[in-house]
Design a binder for this molecule. Sequence first.
Ligand SMILES: [Zn+2]
Length: 315
Amino acid sequence: MRKSIIAILFIGFLITISKLSFCQPEIHQHGEVWNIGDFGEDRINIIYMGDGFTKKDLVKGHMYDLAAIACYNRIFSTEPFKTYRNYFNFQVIYLESKDEGIDYGDDGIIKTTVLNCGFGNFGKQRNIGSSSDDKIIFYAEKVLGREKSPKDFIIVGVNDKKYGGFAPWESNVAYYSAAAKTENRDVNALHEFGHAFGLLADEYSFAKRYYSLPEEFYLYKNTESAYNISYHSDPKKVKWSKFIGLPGYEDIGVFEGGHTYEKGLYRPTKQSIMRGFKKTTFNAPSRYQIYNRIHSLMGKACSFEDFLKNDKNNK
Ligand SMILES: [Zn+2]
């Protein structure tokens, strides 16, 4: 009798153990790659990678997945990326860090993370950067299976509650806080991608900053760069002059303030995603610039008329 009770208990123990192991959560492995949505050859590639995500965040359906999906959804629900979705691939590479969060250099907080990201880039606390750009390129090229080209863009989401972002000029890389305590964290990802992909400038300004450098000194003269900022206040001279007075584009004009300067530089609309989060969409000149970038990277013909024909105008 006693033996049979022990046998029953032992069988019960085995069943419990097998159930426990069966219930182990599925975890994405370090280096695993996932294509979100439609994938094709010879497209513009967006590679999403995370820093400061620990093993528990790599459980399927948890933090890493949610951050990547939210970023994907934000980009491709916004024009003109929505209309031209089929020109893009969006691939996620799963990277496991030892520590959660990233460095706060000014406060002496140093984390051990796979991409060595931290706040405080270029002397600003909310600017995120990496001290190991080579690792970012390494993982991007692991996904691509070749050397990175101008058609390849990288979004680095950091698992940190502090709000921040950055996109080093013409680097094809955008950083943002994927765990920031704000509902705008994914809008912020798109803002930074606006810099990285569209070569767009910020449209916000800080009080009492007056731009006084000559036009040719900086990037405002080049139409490929900072298409949404002008040195001129004359509607005929701004880069987006062809939108002014066009039916359906009545919000486009010349507004003082942009690229962090309150005076001396001008932007096309009162609000847009490049100014703040009161509007979460790109204004028409920025959409046109992104449209041109997409077509030039894809080697396809483009024109202002074609842009207008396909523009969804989601102001
Ligand atoms: Zn910005």
